[in-house]
Design a protein around this ligand. Structure first.
Ligand code: BG6
Length: 487
């Protein structure tokens, strides 16, 4: 649908997220003609800067983070002309009047989006401040990044603080994984084809694996990360969102609440993990010195500059969903830093055929697998058994119907933030987390965190450049299954 005239105000406008993601994403959408003339992007932070300084900052950001071939001088100049900057003391008094004057100057009809690319501790106070300063009108939207809380109680508190000043339909909680093409493709694959849905259940699916592997380490985020750990940083949001989309019942429409109602049901049906079973079904790991793609790397403690830390940089979990569709189907989740490479995928493994008519000479019959690759090289692969072409007699072999999007369509894969930012302007919340969803995810995560403390389940070391600690391999092999090695 059409994008309305808007002002997008980025708190933390000079920060890392604005530089690496938000400004490049907005540039692309502008270049592709989706930003209506007259729309403005306003960078805000405490630092004194002129509009001109901010345009220089943005130009550098775009030159660094947009493919050189896509930096078109005319498009860039037009984009920079839309940028403004105001120095505002987020929790103090200075600068608010100037910001208000600028925004009011744009007229009251346009969409106004406040993007809080700032530390989570000031989400609540800043939301209050926006309201108190008279900046919130009917078409105002508030965008917050994760983390939404660090446990159930703090998430509820934050949601309540925000709800005092913004209606739920004005609040956009970003989980950028939902903006990835393949994730949206999951909906297309499941609900625009008749093939999968009839077999998408415990009768035909053996198990599901969700892997989000990163090769990077701490990336200078020690302060945040050491207090969070992989369960809070990745599982509570990204992995559970992926799980919910694989597992949800067909929503009746594509409307935000129809989808989010179904995701919520899945999250609420997750089998609890607590002190009684945590040791059997969860694995924590922490990377040690080893090798990454780029050469030798230090261990987590060295990166941190500390002598000890119990923070996990790797988690594997055998999750289960207690409902009719999924009873008895394990969802194996794993994510970690300093793994062999950046690779994220969802793998659905179907059950073995019920009866084998082929003899030993035909060779092994592998279970069908559907592999959805999120990154890199987004695409879908369906593994099937066929007759080995040409050979005498009946010999079988496994082949993949391979749909690698970049090869198939020869178009640029947009970054998740492009789609998400435009959805904020359009007012479409389908790819954003609703309050109750975030809280349901914490409700499942909290007892795991508590169990780890109570039973003193510490992270097991793993060498950088490997697929995590040995217990992670045991977690799945104990069930007679193996992790799918991302290609
Ligand atoms: C973020 C986490 O949400 O996602 C980071 O805080 C992580 O720790 C990042 O590196 C991964 O995102 P992507 O898009 O690079 O897979």
């Amino acid at each position: 649908s059409r994008v309305e005239l808007f002002d997008c105000v980025i708190f933390g406008g000079g920060g890392d997220l604005a530089e690496r993601k938000l400004l490049p994403a907005l540039y692309y959408r502008d270049r592709d003609g989706q930003i209506p003339a007259g729309s403005r992007i306003v960078g805000v932070s405490r630092t004194e800067r002129s509009d001109e300084d901010y345009r220089i900052f943005a130009q550098k950001a775009i030159e660094l983070h947009v493919d050189a071939a896509d930096v078109e001088p005319e498009a860039l100049a037009r984009f920079l002309s839309r940028l403004h900057y105001r120095s505002v003391d987020a929790l103090g008094d200075s600068g608010w009047e100037e910001l208000k004057v600028l925004l009011d100057d744009g007229g009251k009809d346009r969409v106004r989006a406040f993007y809080l690319a700032v530390g989570p501790t000031i989400f609540g106070p800043l939301a209050a401040k926006l309201k108190a300063e008279g900046l919130v009108h009917d078409k105002t939207r508030l965008v917050i990044e994760k983390p939404v809380g660090r446990d159930l109680q703090s998430a509820q508190q934050l949601n309540a603080d925000i709800a005092r000043h913004f209606r739920e339909d004005q609040v956009f909680r970003i989980d950028h994984y939902l903006g990835k093409e393949t994730v949206q493709n999951l909906m297309a694959l499941r609900f625009a084809n008749v093939l999968y849905e009839p077999v998408w259940n415990h009768s035909f699916i053996d198990h599901v694996q969700i892997t989000v592997a990163e090769s990077v380490g701490l990336e200078g985020r020690a302060g945040y990360y050491d207090k969070a750990g992989a369960l809070r940083d990745m599982v509570q949001n990204h992995l559970l969102q992926l799980l919910a989309l694989v597992a949800l019942e067909p929503p009746s429409t594509l409307k935000a609440d129809a989808i989010r109602d179904e995701k919520l049901k899945v999250l609420r049906a997750l089998k609890p993990i607590d002190a009684r079973n945590a040791f059997q079904v969860t694995v924590r790991g922490q990377y040690q010195a080893g090798a990454s793609e780029s050469g030798a790397v230090k261990g987590y403690l060295d990166d941190l500059g500390e002598r000890s830390s119990d923070t996990e940089t790797f988690v594997a979990i055998k999750a289960e969903i207690n409902n009719w569709r999924w009873a008895g189907v394990p969802f194996y989740l794993r994510t970690g830093k300093r793994l062999p490479r950046r690779a994220s995928e969802i793998v659905v493994t179907f059950r073995p055929v019920p009866f084998l008519i082929f003899g030993d000479s035909a060779g092994p019959v592998s279970q069908n697998r559907l592999v959805l690759r999120l990154q890199p090289g987004e695409g879908v692969k369906q593994w099937l058994m066929i007759k080995n072409p040409g050979s005498g007699g009946m010999r079988l072999r496994q082949v993949a119907l391979d749909m690698t999007f970049a090869e198939a369509f020869n178009i640029r894969q947009p970054d998740a933030y492009e789609r998400l930012l435009m959805d904020v302007i359009r007012g479409d919340q389908a790819l954003f987390m609703r309050r109750d969803e975030v809280e349901a995810a914490w409700e499942w995560v909290d007892p795991i965190l508590r169990a780890w403390k109570d039973i003193e389940q510490k992270p097991q070391g793993y060498a950088s450049g490997t697929w995590g600690p040995s217990r992670a391999i045991a977690l799945i092999e104990r069930d007679g299954r193996t992790w799918h090695e991302p290609e």
